[in-house]
Structure formats: C-alpha cells, structure tokens
Design a protein around this ligand. Structure first.
Ligand SMILES: Nc1nc2c(ncn2[C@@H]2O[C@H](COP(=O)(O)OP(=O)(O)OP(=O)(O)O)[C@@H](O)[C@H]2O)c(=O)[nH]1
Ligand SMILES: [Mg+2]
Ligand SMILES: [Zn+2]
Length: 341
C-alpha cells in the first residue's frame, strides 16, 4: 500500500519527467517583432514561438542591473512547448557560447535608440566571415579593420572573404590579401562570376555555424545562393546600387544548409562602432600589435604618442604596417572616454 506521502512523491517525479519530455529543443532562426521562429531539433519544422512572460520579466530585471542586450537572438539554443503543430512557447534560452554584438546605431543629435546600447547580431558562432568586395562597394581597409576589431573583441574565429575579384582587372587587391594573411587571418578571394574561392568557403562551412557579415552590396546573399541554389535568397540589383548599398537583406536568417551546417545571412551594416572597448584595450584586437604592446613603457599605453611605445617603434621599423596603424588611430579617436557597461 502506498501512503499519501509516497503518492505525492510519485506524482512529482512523474511530473518532472513529463516536463522534461515535454520540452523540445531547437535553435532560433529568425525574429520578427515578437515572434521567434525556431528550427525544431526533432523534425526540422519551423515553429513560431513567443517567449514566456515570466521569463521576460526576470530578464528585464537582470537587464536593468547588469547589461542592456537582447533577450533572445538568432543562433540561441532554446527549449519550447508546443501549443499546436506549428506554434509554441519558449521556456528556456541556453547559455551563449559566444555572440557577435555591435553598438546600436545612434540617432543624430539624440540619445541611443531605445534602451539598448548593445545590439547582438547572433549567438553561438563557429566561423565569422567578414565579406568585403573589390568594387561596388569599393574595398576600404579601414572599414575591414573595424569589422575585424569587433570579431576579435567578440572572441570569434574570423575569416576574410574578398568578393567580386572578377572586377579586379589590374589585380590591385592581391597586396591587401597578403597583408591580412601575414597577420594570420584566412583570406579567401572569391567571385560568383568566375567561381573562384567558392569551394574553399564551403569547406569552412561544413558542420559549423557560420555567419556572413559586411556592408550592403558586397555579395553575402549572392555567395550563399551560388553555394546552395535552393536557398533563393533575395539579391540586390546592381542598377539600384549606391555607395551606401541597397540593403536587400533586411533581417538575419539562420539556415541549415546541410545537416549540422548552419549559415546566418545578415543585413548589410551601415555604420559600425566597436561596442564596449576601452582605449587601452583596442590594441589587443589588432592581432599583430600584441607582441609589441607588451614592451611599451606604460601598461596603459594607447600607442598614440606615449614615450617608450614599442608599437610606434614597430611601425617605424615596418614590422607593423602604416595602413593598420592608421586604422588603429582612427578607431582610437572614435572611442568615447566613458563607456557604460
Ligand atoms: N561582379 C560581381 N558582382 C557580384 C558578385 N557577387 C555579388 N555581386 C552582385 O552584387 C550585388 C549585391 O549582391 P547581394 O548578394 O544582394 O549583396 P549583400 O551583401 O547580400 O547585400 P545586403 O543584403 O544589402 O547586405 C548583386 O547585384 C550581385 O549580383 C561577384 O562576385 N562579382
Ligand atoms: Mg543580402
Ligand atoms: Zn605603446
């Protein structure tokens, strides 16, 4: 005979197992206003989910005290309950292994848009591809360096893709490729016209979570369409092209291109400011500076004009390129003195 206490005990154990079994695991693949689209781990169906109210409240509290960031982003691992076949409620959001974030765009002459200072682009990324192009938009090493700083400060493995090599009739871009290879970055030269570099990109993609990032018009969506024709992503028309790009892709989307191979296509970035980086830390994100920076006379050296600066000496001895050092100075100028964390 079971006592009342035994019965209650068994009931709670059964409930525990039922709840465990009831949650389904998945990954957020797209966000539209308050709808979080999740790819189910079980049958790969896309489920439209909301986020549990209590969870949102907890998060808000945490947010006010600790950080201002996004509650759930593309690439987050979640657990959800089904309401019906294609809709559900998210109950838990997994700890992020890493994430890519940038400063939220500022409205001219006003404070930051809304409450958010940090805008998380996506989470749990194995490979960050920074896509630039030879022309349309014209290659700009300073822009590339800004992207690289953010990749490094987010702790992501970063790969540079220089696209549209078919437009580089005089082979002007090769020296830039060499410069970044010397620093230690994998650099892929690619073209959707000649097919150069596509196989190499695909090899990096395999069994990984990959994010494509860069300015508008560099060819992020075009490269993905070329590699996986079934995707049929929207691609900008070159006749609409302006210097600022057309912003064809409007929201980040995660796609499982092959089993366990995930790709995130993102909208073109308009302006890019490193988030939460202090002046004295900036040189850590210029990889080739770090060996020299250790030998500066002052450990708070910003390598701008301080006496006994080993980085400036390395620039003079051409061990660090003038191009990278100028980029560094430009970014240093834009970092605000008081960073709010
Ligand atoms: N010549 C040439 N044109 C290319 C290449 N790759 C892309 N394009 C063209 O560049 C234009 C922009 O391509 P998209 O793929 O829309 O660029 P995107 O980076 O996804 O742009 P957003 O979605 O706005 O961020 C299109 O007209 C493409 O045909 C290339 O390798 N060579
Ligand atoms: Mg696009
Ligand atoms: Zn220094």
């Amino acid at each position: 005979m079971l006592t009342k206490i035994d019965e209650r005990y068994i009931f709670y154990i059964a409930l525990f197992y039922f709840r465990q079994g009831g949650f389904i695991k998945g990954i957020i693949c797209r966000i539209e206003s308050k709808d979080y689209y999740v790819i189910s781990n079980e049958d790969k169906k896309i489920i439209r989910c909301s986020i549990k109210g209590k969870f949102k409240k907890d998060f808000r509290l945490k947010k006010e005290k600790l950080f201002k960031t996004d509650i759930a982003v593309v690439g987050d691992y979640v657990e959800y309950d089904l309401i019906d076949e294609l809709t559900g409620v998210i109950h838990t959001i997994g700890q992020r292994q890493n994430y890519l974030s940038r400063k939220a765009p500022k409205i001219k002459g006003a404070s930051y848009r809304g409450e958010r200072l940090e805008q998380v682009v996506a989470a749990n990324i194995d490979n960050l591809f920074i896509i630039v192009s030879v022309a349309q938009p014209l290659f700009n090493n300073k822009v590339l360096d800004r992207f690289l700083v953010i990749g490094e400060s987010s702790g992501l493995k970063t790969i540079i893709v220089i696209n549209k090599t078919d437009l580089d009739k005089e082979n002007l871009i090769a020296r830039w490729a060499e410069l970044y290879k010397k620093i230690g970055y994998p650099v892929i030269m690619s073209s959707i016209i000649s097919g150069e570099g596509l196989e190499e990109i695909k090899n990096f993609f395999l069994k990984k979570k990959n994010l494509l990032w860069g300015q508008s018009g560099v060819g992020k969506s075009s490269l993905l369409n070329k590699l996986y024709p079934d995707l049929n992503l929207n691609v900008g028309d070159i006749s609409d092209y302006t210097d600022k790009g057309k912003h064809t892709t409007v929201t980040s989307v995660l796609i499982e291109a092959e089993p366990d191979t995930f790709i995130i296509d993102t909208p073109g970035v308009r302006e890019i400011d490193p988030y939460g980086i202090r002046k004295e830390d900036l040189s850590h994100y210029f990889l080739e500076f770090s060996d020299f920076a250790e030998n500066c006379r002052f450990n708070t050296c910003t390598h701008f004009h301080e006496p006994g600066c080993a980085v400036i000496e390395a620039v003079e001895n051409e061990k660090i390129t003038a191009e990278r050092y100028n980029s560094y100075l430009r970014i240093l100028e834009t970092i605000e003195e008081d960073i709010l964390f």
